[in-house]
Design a protein around this ligand. Sequence first.
Ligand code: ATP
Length: 362
Amino acid sequence: MSAPGFRLKLRKLLIKMDFMIEVQDLSKYYGSVKAVDGVSFRVDRHQVLGFLGPNGAGKTTIMKILTGYHFPSGGSALVDGISVTEDPVELKRRIGYLPETAPLYGELTVEEYLNFIAGARFVPRHKRRAVLDLSMEACGLSGCRFRRIETLSKGFRQRTGLAQAMLHDPPILILDEPTAGLDPNQIIGIRSLIRELGKRKTVILSTHILQELEAVADQVLIINRGKIVAQGRPEEIAGDIKGGDTWEICLKGRAIQAGLDRLGFVYSRPRIEEAEDGTARLSFFVPGARGVEGEAIFDWAVREGFKILMMNRRSLSLEDIFVHLTCGEEIAAGKDITTGKEIATGEGLKPGGKPVAPEDGR
Ligand code: ATP
């Protein structure tokens, strides 16, 4: 093997070990429209990444490039070590894709449809029964396997779309607005399904709904006009702005996660770091509108038998951040987005705690 060939293989191997998805300086033109403009990001294995952005931001285009349906105009994207431009067939084997409008056939039953998809994805006949059962069970469809798809509610049609995406057990799921048009109960169901899937798979999902990402995402990219304008953990994005709504607590006690489940008002995925000396640091994001007071957290800690060593609150809603990042140039102009007042340089939103350089879009 030639030296460059060997280097390429080694690079792919290293990336495979480190990141599931690595996108570098990606761009896409539709004619003269620049839909994606120098986007770079990485996604770890078993991480849920959320794309958040207004209509026309470029979310779907990035997803279509990652799934091999569109060719990029520039830059590179490696998915599980495979270049999206070099091996689209192998790429599609590694990815389960739920487009904005799931490709369903209404006249088929759920089982007939999934069986058809399994055939199209070359799932061997002797494995199909097990594969179908597994995907229907994971998506809560077992009770309606013999129902025609056109008779299902929108939530269950969306579940059927998810079941087809995960049918061939891909390590990566790409879900374009999986909860669009669903009612609140259906949204809760799909969110918890995504959370479950995120434990075993790498998931990218897009949405316009901030709470969606606060509930399921490990990392958020806020995209506007084809560029990344902020990135980081949901609570980091909120917490890095003045007056945030993030609670940071240091306490003494065990089984923090179990206790936290009984807190009742946690909005974001909590972050917990337990130390060997029996202390733990936790942080979570609570929208200010919920009116959660320190007293309630204190009472919860007493109920659970935890001793609070430190409590700190930073507040601001992610909604505010989003609106200002995608609609205005206030941040770039150095204004505090809560007050609109001038702020000192470097105090604006920082993706993952770091400023975004406007030139490279990262
Ligand atoms: P939405 O939330 O509305 O789905 P999005 O963030 O997914 O939006 P894209 O669908 O990726 O955004 O669109 C990004 C830009 O590219 C928009 O200006 C859109 O009009 C344009 N665009 C998308 N697809 C095409 C296409 N096939 N031909 C021409 N322009 C396109």
